[in-house]
Ligand binder design. Structure first.
Ligand SMILES: C[S@@+](CC[C@H](N)C(=O)[O-])C[C@H]1O[C@@H](n2cnc3c(N)ncnc32)[C@H](O)[C@@H]1O
Length: 384
């Protein structure tokens, strides 16, 4: 175990990289190494994370260097060169090294997407409704975003988890594209919703806030530990209009309730998060994508009967592969004649989402357009 008196930021980052594996991804290794280093100043802890993710962002360029330290130095040089002038890294090189070869079978690998993957991601906050202006005043380093009024970019150096505003539930750390999902659901106060893959509650908190804490949201997940975290987060955010239930994604549903809206924020390959989580580029396989596509289809099929006539079904994934996006949506359309595509510009999504809306019933949010994660959203309305 490292002690902070003796070790520098780069030595701690090297320790994280050495303890990372397929079973222990970089973010888990980071938490493990940083946990005993409680006295490490927040700025230094953030620098450790930056160095680790920089390493994995440039991973395929580093293979000829011997040792983690030399590789980290090369990653930093490449990142600085790219930041100063992206054209110094030829596009052909990015195409060959920034993403695994299987991506070309699954999605459009555009130059803009490739370049976005090599930049450092922004840190997004979602302010509670009506609290954005106060946060801008009170949290130095916070900036407004032109996209949604409650979305803020944070570029400060304070440990956000230690701020009084965080403990008062005034904001959540939530990617911009995840915020788009809540806005596209557009739940109304007093409605009944089911967040079927609620996980640790990122989208649930947003739905609850949009519903002004009125009505009811069923929050299910198959991981009990995730629902425990969700409960802690809802307590802090003072979101009370929900009920948590375990659900393994199978045909036996947690409730017989018919819902005004069901959100399936499904498990996915996470290709849309590859800027933030670059190590996943080298641990995710085409087989994972195919297996996840099957799970996603099953989840939608199982929840569909729980949507009321006239109610909405929203499917979201933070990935961009065809198998998990358009092909899942198309399979659902073909198998469910009792649902019609919900065109977002005609009744799905609150007005803040105008910038995203198209005349289609599916939306693909690309990282290079949004500045957030990549995300795919499809929605249907159950026929009356
Ligand atoms: C994308 S995450 C959800 C994130 C969450 N909605 C949020 O906004 O914070 C997908 C969730 O699906 C859950 N999950 C995975 N496989 C599942 C299955 N077969 N049935 C139900 N939930 C599943 C995972 O435990 C995970 O929490």
């Amino acid at each position: 175990m490292l002690g902070i008196v003796k070790y520098s930021v780069s030595e701690i980052a090297a320790e994280v990289i050495r303890s990372t594996s397929r079973e222990k991804p970089a973010d888990a290794a980071l938490r493990e190494v940083l946990k005993p280093l409680r006295e490490l100043p927040p700025f230094d802890a953030a620098e450790v994370s930056r160095a680790v993710f920089m390493y994995y962002r440039w991973h395929a360029w580093l293979l000829d260097e011997r040792g983690v330290d030399a590789r980290m130095r090369l990653a930093r040089r490449l990142a600085e060169r790219f930041q100063a002038n992206p054209t110094t890294i030829p596009l052909a090189e990015l195409r060959a090294k920034a993403v695994p070869a299987w991506t070309t079978e699954q999605m459009e690998v555009s130059d803009d997407w490739l370049r976005s993957l090599q930049r450092e991601p922004k840190l997004w906050l979602r302010a509670k409704r009506g609290r954005g202006a106060a946060l801008l005043d009170n949290l130095p380093g916070t900036h407004v975003s032109p996209t949604f009024p409650e979305a803020l970019v944070y570029a400060g150096e304070t440990d956000l988890f230690k701020t009084p505003e965080f403990h008062a539930g005034e904001f959540e750390i939530q990617d911009l594209s995840s915020q788009a999902v809540g806005l596209l659901c557009d739940p109304k106060p007093g409605e009944t919703w089911w967040d079927a893959c609620a996980g640790e509650g990122g989208k649930l908190l947003h739905l609850s806030n949009l519903m002004q804490n009125k009505g009811l949201i069923w929050a299910s997940d198959r991981a009990a530990w995730r629902l425990q975290k969700l409960k802690r987060r809802t307590a802090r955010a003072q979101a009370f209009n929900y009920r948590a239930a375990l659900w393994d994604g199978g045909a036996k549903l947690p409730t017989k309730t018919k819902f005004d809206g069901v959100l399936v924020d499904a498990p996915c390959s996470g290709v849309g998060t590859w800027q933030r989580n670059p190590q996943a580029r080298w641990t995710t396989t085409l087989l994972d994508v195919q297996e996840l596509g099957e799970i996603q289809r099953r989840l939608l099929t199982h929840v569909a009967p729980s949507v009321k006539p006239g109610g909405k079904l929203v499917y979201s994934v933070c990935t961009l592969t065809r198998t998990e996006t358009s092909e899942v949506a198309e399979a659902f359309r073909v198998a469910h004649e009792d649902f019609e595509p919900l065109v977002f510009s005609e009744g799905g999504g609150v007005k803040e989402c105008q910038s995203l809306m198209t005349s289609a019933a599916t939306i693909t949010i690309w990282p290079h357009d949004s500045g957030g994660n990549g995300m795919f959203v499809a929605a249907w309305r159950r026929k009356r």
